[in-house]
Design a protein around this ligand. Structure first.
Ligand code: NOJ
Length: 585
């Protein structure tokens, strides 16, 4: 039995639920195992992905309205180097180019998102629908299908129409549920004849926590202790409403599926023999993935969240819990609203129990959990600061999903690794290693009985990485952002992933080792191309600088620095000469 069940003495119903839903996951089973050679089930879908704000550019073109990310990224100091997604990869103008990259990879599916303000500029459907926006997505979908690539479409990958934020406070306000439903309904009407895989929300954890609790993401609100829970509550209701809309109005005719994409790091107990650490690790996962998955699969928040946030709220002197509640009608309306579960997974943490005593002002989602996160310094972390490569955590997370939520159909909607901006190395052996090991752990999970139906490498292209700007590159394809044409160059991982796809897995050791060798050999010519292009653009930049107002500053610096250095050199030489002459005498 799960440890959290022991805590929930007063909730008989939940206790039964825990017993039946979670009894199989064994926190003490810690088998990391060796590489497993084998293939995926026939029909397994291989893909890559991206999202609208991260790749499209064309932020103010063809009647598109502003999103909260347009506004947020234009504020100074919010994004690394004050980057914006204004032009990003210019994906809006490169449908055919990008689809030819996907064809080259032999992808079965491509995951992208629809920018709400591109098709409904104010976010309110009755205000205006932008036909040019509809045309763009029509074209993208048609070209994908012509190329035999299945579109997997996300409705909300974080770019809320700015008007909805300004007028109502965005996801803090319940009115978002109906506006989002109108938008989704329009998408079903316009694209549902061709799109059969819909994802309502991408990573709502991030929207709630980083958008409304810490403010690192748009809309940048810092409503500690409340903001994230309220945003999540409305998002869960909006998800359920959209699922019901599809179910009642479109499913029969369109025969598609509606799911949600949740992200979750794995949490591993620091000390597997310590019950408190085991419970803390489970809390970590429940406050992350379980926060959204438990209502959607079981009708209510995880018991451990209700217990912890409830208790801390009482200790704070609040009359009610900061975690909102669902009415019985809402619970049954939300439960079961998932035809498949999207999982975005990148990394793992070690977790240990830590008491975070409640204080009036310092309460937050983070302190509500009573735990500390740790990492093993030996874990590789090639790019993003938070992203350590821990492949075995992936298998454990997938098994957790299987045991907790009744073994749903899963699409891995995001998995991948980044490198730093300045890294112009296309021979990305570390990415090959990451993909190889993570995909292998997914294969082991399938062998364990987890229903994984597809995998999406994240991402097809280097792109705008939210508050990190362009400083982190997740792409299989390198994008030269300094060149206004935004050319794409294949990294070595393209060759490797391509072979995983064409073999539908890892046939045998000799072959797989060969792939890696070949991939690294092939990337050296792309590296040369990129280096030549870089030299050219550096020269062009220097030329541009000559006509730049900055140049005058450089000249001023030159005027001061050069004579000073010369004078100093003459003085030092004179002193040295005198010293030598004296020694001679
Ligand atoms: C999750 C987000 O959904 C995605 O947009 C982002 O690129 C990755 N995390 C990596 O940071």
């Amino acid at each position: 039995m799960q440890p959290r069940c022991a805590v929930s003495v007063c909730h008989v119903f939940m206790l039964v639920l825990c017993l039946s839903a979670a009894e199989d996951f064994d926190w003490t089973k810690n088998n990391h195992g060796s590489f497993y050679y084998g293939t995926f089930p026939a029909g397994f879908s291989w893909g890559a992905g991206g999202s609208a704000y991260q790749t499209e550019g064309a932020w103010d073109k063809d009647g598109k309205g502003l999103s909260i990310w347009d506004v947020f990224s234009h504020k100074k100091g919010k994004i690394q180097l004050n980057d914006t997604g204004d032009s990003s990869c210019e994906g809006y103008y490169k449908i055919k180019d990008d689809i030819s990259l996907m064809k080259d990879l032999r992808l079965n599916h491509y995951r992208f998102s629809i920018a709400w303000p591109r098709i409904i500029p104010t976010g309110v459907k009755s205000d205006h629908v932008n036909e040019k926006g509809i045309q763009y997505y029509d074209e993208l979908i048609d070209h994908l299908l012509e190329s035999n690539i299945t579109p997997i479409v996300t409705l909300y990958h974080w770019d809320l129409p700015q008007v909805l934020q300004e007028k109502y406070g965005g996801w803090q306000n319940i009115s978002m549920v109906n506006h989002f439903n109108d938008f989704a309904n329009l998408c079903f009407e316009k694209f549902g004849d061709r799109v059969k895989h819909w994802i309502t929300f991408n990573n709502p954890w991030s929207v709630a926590v980083e958008g409304y609790e810490t403010g690192e993401h748009a809309p940048g609100m810092r409503l500690r202790g409340n903001g994230a829970y309220r945003a999540a509550h409305h998002i869960i209701k909006a998800h359920a409403k959209v699922w019901h809309t599809y179910d009642t109005q479109w499913r029969e005719k369109q025969k598609g599926l509606v799911g949600i994409s949740l992200s979750g790091d794995w949490g591993e107990p620091v000390d597997i023999s310590n019950q408190k650490d085991i419970e803390a690790a489970e809390r970590y996962v429940q406050f992350y993935l379980g926060w959204f998955a438990t209502p959607i699969f079981h009708g209510d928040y995880p018991q451990v969240m209700k217990d912890f946030v409830g208790r801390k709220s009482v200790q704070q002197g609040l009359g009610t819990s900061r975690l909102p509640t669902f009415s019985p009608q809402e619970k049954s309306y939300i439960k079961g609203t998932c035809d498949f579960l999207g999982i975005g997974h990148f990394t793992t943490r070690y977790i240990t129990h830590r008491n975070d005593p409640p204080g009036r002002s310092s309460n937050s989602y983070f302190t509500d959990r009573d735990l500390a996160e740790l990492v093993d310094p030996r874990w590789p972390d090639p790019g993003s600061e938070w992203l350590y490569s821990v492949p075995w955590g992936f298998r454990r997370l997938l098994n957790f999903v299987k045991t907790q939520y009744g073994n749903p159909n899963i699409y891995v909607t995001e998995n991948g690794v980044s490198e730093k901006m300045m890294c112009t190395e296309l021979c990305d052996e570390w990415r090959i290693q990451y993909y190889k090991d993570y995909i292998n752990e997914m294969l082991k999970a399938i062998r364990d009985g987890v229903n994984v139906k597809g995998y999406t490498a994240w991402s097809l292209l280097d792109k705008f990485e939210w508050d990190e700007g362009y400083s982190e590159r997740f792409g299989l394809y390198y994008v030269d952002f300094r060149n206004k044409n935004k050319p794409r160059y294949p990294k070595a991982s393209v060759q490797f992933y391509k072979r995983v796809i064409s073999s539908n897995g890892f046939p045998n050791q000799r072959e797989v080792e060969n792939w890696k060798r070949k991939a690294v050999e092939m990337c050296s010519s792309s590296n040369q191309l990129l280096a030549a292009e870089e030299q050219r653009s550096t020269a062009a930049n220097i030329l541009r600088l000559i006509h730049d107002p900055l140049t005058s500053h450089m000249e001023m610096v030159t005027e001061i620095v050069v004579p000073t250095v010369c004078t100093l050199s003459i003085l030092i030489s004179a002193v040295l000469l005198m010293f030598l002459l004296r020694r001679k005498n």
